[in-house]
Design a protein around this ligand. Structure first.
Ligand code: FEO
Ligand code: CA
Ligand code: CA
Ligand code: CA
Length: 674
């Protein structure tokens, strides 16, 4: 198939908040996180350690990484590798993506490349559990909603049972009440039933899927659907790990400190090698009001006034003036076992408490499990958990305990260029790249704290403050992580940070302000996920490629496409990085989308757009099946910024906006992107 070079169109810049969100988006999604001063007021340095120390360490690490990287490719990958004209030792996986790129647009639909088709698998309100009524927006109830698909689908996980059957997990991050209810104004005047519907529309869903024929199209199963499940803001969840039961987690409703009702604001996620889903509680602060005026509350953005959502009107646990520990029970990674519909989801305290974007796992060389995690706030941190015990294939009971013991680390990054060469403009330093070294600084194990003044439970409940104390590196809103299945390198999306001043720019966050975000590439020492040292570089500095401050790994910028606000990441099996965005409408004047970028070899940096999502939506998911034939994508909050009466989107059915999950496949059965 011939590849068409994307034609440039002007990129209108409109008023935007933070990276590129509307005011309504900020209030509903993040609890106005960007309208307040960043809650990290620690005096951690923006710059790293002493340059000489860094340079010598980097040389040593790089030597090790090259050797280990070649080993990690394995025979099959090496068999695919082709010589790179820029020199030996730079194999690139084949095939390179060849789809006809989707042009930037403002269309109120999902747009896919020529030769592809898409299908809306499930929408907000569609039945999930037996007995759920068909969706009727004018006759909605909390009881119905608790059996129907929730709102604002974010992470999409996929547990394949066999070639033709699978379980799909979807996070329901938050609710847009002004799009869900006629005449809605605010939480103060909402009816009690509306508040309960919103609570029931949070959480997550599991639905059974089946393949249609021998295609890449997946549809809702017509079978028994015994795995289908809804988890909401009131479902009982178990707190586990070292902080479970601690007095900081005990409340009037739960004196044991081990049983929580609900999960809140679950954003991205990941899958474990033993087949469970991990789901990150992100902007949980917005659900609580009346916080005590403490350092801990301020560091987590918990407000002393009433919350916008006013859930405290029907459940007093959301009023922190009466139940101050309730907020300590949110902000965790939740593990869900899709194969046991009766199991309690587990909030894993060992993985710390912060505004968890998600968690992505990888096995260390000795079989321990490693989870990479971002804290999505301006100037917050990157974390890593390494389990104490090893993964044992086939031992489900054992593996379900792995996330309760181990060590939690936070990242400290140092640049390898002189500080004066990083001026905040995005201009590359003299050595030609933003890059350097890093170390994983231990915060605590399950038995020992490594931070003065903090016990183990304090580290795990007030993780941000513990990380402040060890001088973690302030990043530009760390979002999703994903390791490459081909090289083992790990990628992190840093979505944007308009609050970073030029003088606060450093090599890992080289622009101030950072309106469009960037992507970090991490190579663990010895290619071992459990290593405590790493090298890093920035292969993608996002924005309009015609702007000088963008960088596409050195690739010819006349042949790449615009991207802003990288959020969720995934890989195809050839090792190409797929990046979905959350903020292009405000930042670039174009709809959000799903982009593909090779990260190895001569086409490293050749970013092109594979799909775009409807008006007002961000592009969540994405997930590519093992056979490479299907990509799942979750257009979240279509029409955000409009109202029920005056919608700005009517996707997917032409009547009203409904967050939904779609699958995309090549109509001739080819692998997606290829
Ligand atoms: Fe919910 Fe960090 O995006
Ligand atoms: Ca450098
Ligand atoms: Ca996200
Ligand atoms: Ca985001």
């Amino acid at each position: 198939m011939p590849r068409s070079a994307p034609r440039r169109r002007p990129l209108p810049l409109i008023d935007q908040v933070g990276g590129g969100r509307s005011r309504a988006t900020c209030r509903l999604r993040c609890g106005d996180a960007c309208f307040h001063p960043a809650p990290n007021t620690s005096d951690n340095p923006y710059f790293g350690d002493i340059l000489a120390k860094v340079l010598s360490r980097r040389s040593a690490l790089r030597a090790g990484a090259v050797t280990a990287g070649a080993g990690a490719l394995g025979l099959s990958a090496l068999g695919q590798a082709v010589a790179d004209p820029r020199g030996p030792g730079r194999p690139h996986p084949a095939p390179r993506p060849t789809f006809v790129a989707v042009r930037p647009n403002n269309d109120d639909k999902v747009t896919v490349p020529q030769g592809y088709d898409h299908h809306v698998i499930i929408r907000w309100g569609d039945p999930v559990l037996p007995g759920a009524p068909e969706f009727d927006v004018h006759d909605q109830s909390a009881e119905a909603q608790s059996r129907q698909f929730g709102y604002n689908c974010d992470y999409v996980g996929f547990h394949q049972l066999d070639d033709d059957h699978a379980l799909m997990w979807v996070n329901h991050e938050y609710t847009n009440e002004n799009l869900m209810f006629p005449g809605y104004t605010d939480g103060d005047s909402a009816t009690e039933e509306q508040l309960r519907i919103a609570m029931a529309a949070h959480g997550g869903s599991i639905v059974e899927l089946e393949r249609e024929g021998d295609t890449g199209k997946w549809v809702l199963s017509e079978g028994e659907r015994r795995f289908n499940r809804r988890i909401t803001a009131t479902t009982p969840l178990r707190l586990t790990g070292p902080a479970a039961g601690h007095e900081l987690l005990r409340t009037a409703e739960d004196p044991t400190g081990t049983l929580v009702r609900g999960m809140l604001n679950n954003c991205a996620g990941g899958m474990t090698p033993w087949g469970t889903f991990l789901s990150g509680e992100e902007n949980f602060h917005q659900y609580f009001g009346g916080a005590p005026a403490t350092e801990e509350s301020a560091r987590y953005g918990l407000g002393t006034g009433p919350s916008d959502r006013r859930w405290d009107r029907i459940e007093e646990r959301f009023d922190l003036s009466r139940h101050p520990n309730e907020a300590n029970r949110f902000g965790y990674i939740v593990e869900i076992d899709p194969l046991d519909p009766d199991s309690e989801p587990r909030k894993r305290t060992m993985l710390g408490r912060f505004k968890h974007e998600g968690a992505t796992t990888r096995l260390a060389q000795d079989g321990r499990v490693v989870a990479y995690m971002g804290d999505d706030e301006r100037f917050d941190y990157i974390y890593k958990f390494v389990s104490a015990k090893r993964y044992v294939e086939g031992s489900r009971r054992h593996n379900l305990t792995l996330l309760d013991t181990g060590t939690l680390y936070v990242a400290r990054l140092s640049g390898d260029s002189p500080a004066e060469e990083i001026d905040g403009s995005g201009t590359l330093p003299a050595d030609g790249e933003f890059g350097g070294t890093g170390e994983w600084v231990p915060l605590c194990s399950d038995t020992e704290s490594f931070v003065d003044g903090f016990g183990v439970a304090e580290v795990l409940v007030y993780t941000r403050l513990a990380a402040d104390a060890v001088g973690a590196t302030k990043m530009d809103r760390p979002e999703d992580f994903e390791p490459s299945p081909v090289t083992g390198k790990v990628y992190c999306a840093l979505t944007n940070n308009s609050a970073r001043e030029p003088g606060q720019a450093d090599e890992p966050n080289p622009r101030g302000p950072n309106r469009h975000g960037h992507v970090l590439e991490i190579v663990e020492e010895g290619d071992d996920a459990a290593a405590t040292g790493f090298t890093w570089n920035v292969p993608l500095v996002c924005g309009d490629p015609e702007d000088e401050d963008t960088y596409y790994a050195g690739f010819d910028k006349s042949r790449v496409m615009p991207i802003s606000a990288p959020d969720n990441l995934t890989f195809d099996k050839d090792g190409n990085l797929w990046i979905s965005t959350d903020g292009q409408p405000g930042a670039l004047g174009i709809n959000d989308g799903l982009h593909v970028m090779p990260v190895e070899g001569r086409f490293r940096g050749e970013l092109r757009t594979f799909a775009t999502v409807p008006v007002g939506a961000e592009a969540c998911g994405p997930f590519i099946t093992k056979d490479g034939r299907t990509v799942f994508l979750a257009p979240q909050h279509p029409g955000e910024g409009g109202t029920f009466e005056e919608p700005t989107s009517t996707w997917p059915d032409g009547d009203m906006p409904r967050p939904s999950v779609v699958c995309i496949w090549h109509t001739a059965g080819r692998e997606v992107g290829g």
